[in-house]
Ligand binder design. Structure first.
Ligand code: DC
Length: 203
C-alpha cells in the first residue's frame, strides 16, 4: 500500500504523513529532505544552487546525510526549493524515491510531486494545504526571532517557485483528496487525514 502526501510548506503535511505512517505501520520518506540535502551540499561545496550542474554534483549522498539537523532550517528549505527546479536534479532523485515506494508492504511519501510524478498509482493521495497567512503564523510560532511579514514573503516566494517550475510543479493530482488545515488543530487535522485515507482505501 502506497500513500502519497503532497502540499506546500507548513501546511501540516509532514506531521500528517508521520501520523499516517504510524497508523498504518508503514515506513515514511520525507522527500523534501532529499532536496534539502542537495541544496546544503551544493552550497557547502562552493556551488551555486541556481546552476543545474553544480546542484547535480551534490545529488550523490548516503541516507545518513539526511539526519543532519541543519536540513530542518528555513534556509535549507529555501535552498531545496531552488535546486528542485532543475530537471537533472529531479531525475537524479527519482529512483531513490520510487525504490522507497516500491518496498514490500508499501510506504508513505510526502513531498510536492508524489501523487503526480513519483507514484501516480498510489493507493491513496492526500493534498494538504492551508492559507499562506496561517502557514506563516505557524512558522513564526516555531521561530519568534523572525518577523511575520518576512516569513509570509518567504512562504509566498517558495509557493510561487514550487508551483511554477516546468518540471513536476507542485500541484494537486486530479485524484487526490484535499485537506485544508487552516482552521484545524493538529489533532483534528491528523484525525481527518486518517479518516480520508481509510475511506479512500475502502473504495
Ligand atoms: O517539504 P520541504 O519544505 O522540506 O521541501 C523543501 C523544498 O524541496 C520545496 O520547497 C520544494 C522541494 N521539493 C520538491 O520539489 N519535491 C518534493 N517532492 C519535495 C520537496
Amino acid at each position: 500500500m502506497i500513500i502519497a502526501v503532497d502540499g506546500p510548506a507548513a501546511s501540516g503535511k509532514g506531521t500528517i504523513a508521520r501520523a499516517i505512517a504510524a497508523h498504518f505501520g508503514l515506513p515514511l520518506l520525507d522527500t523534501g529532505l532529499l532536496y534539502r540535502a542537495v541544496g546544503m551540499a551544493t552550497v557547502r561545496a562552493g556551488g551555486d544552487p541556481d546552476v543545474e550542474d553544480d546542484a547535480l554534483k551534490a545529488c550523490q549522498f548516503d541516507n545518513a546525510a539526511l539526519a543532519d539537523p541543519a536540513l530542518r532550517s528555513e534556509a535549507a528549505g529555501g535552498l531545496a526549493s531552488r535546486v528542485s527546479v532543475h530537471p537533472k536534479v529531479r531525475a537524479a532523485l527519482l529512483k531513490r524515491q520510487r525504490d522507497f515506494a516500491g518496498q514490500p508492504g508499501g510506504a508513505v511519501l510526502d513531498g510536492r510531486d508524489i501523487g503526480t510524478v513519483i507514484v501516480p498509482s498510489a493507493d491513496a493521495k492526500l493534498y494538504v494545504t492551508a492559507s499562506a497567512e496561517v502557514r506563516a503564523r505557524r512558522r513564526q510560532l516555531e521561530d519568534y526571532d523572525r518577523d511575520y511579514p518576512a516569513i509570509l514573503a518567504e512562504i509566498l516566494a517558495r509557493d510561487e517557485r514550487d508551483a511554477s517550475r516546468a518540471d513536476a510543479p507542485m500541484r494537486r493530482a486530479d485524484d487526490a483528496d484535499l485537506l485544508d488545515t487552516s482552521d484545524l488543530s493538529v489533532d483534528d487535522a491528523v484525525q481527518r487525514a486518517i479518516a480520508i485515507v481509510e475511506a479512500r482505501l475502502r473504495r
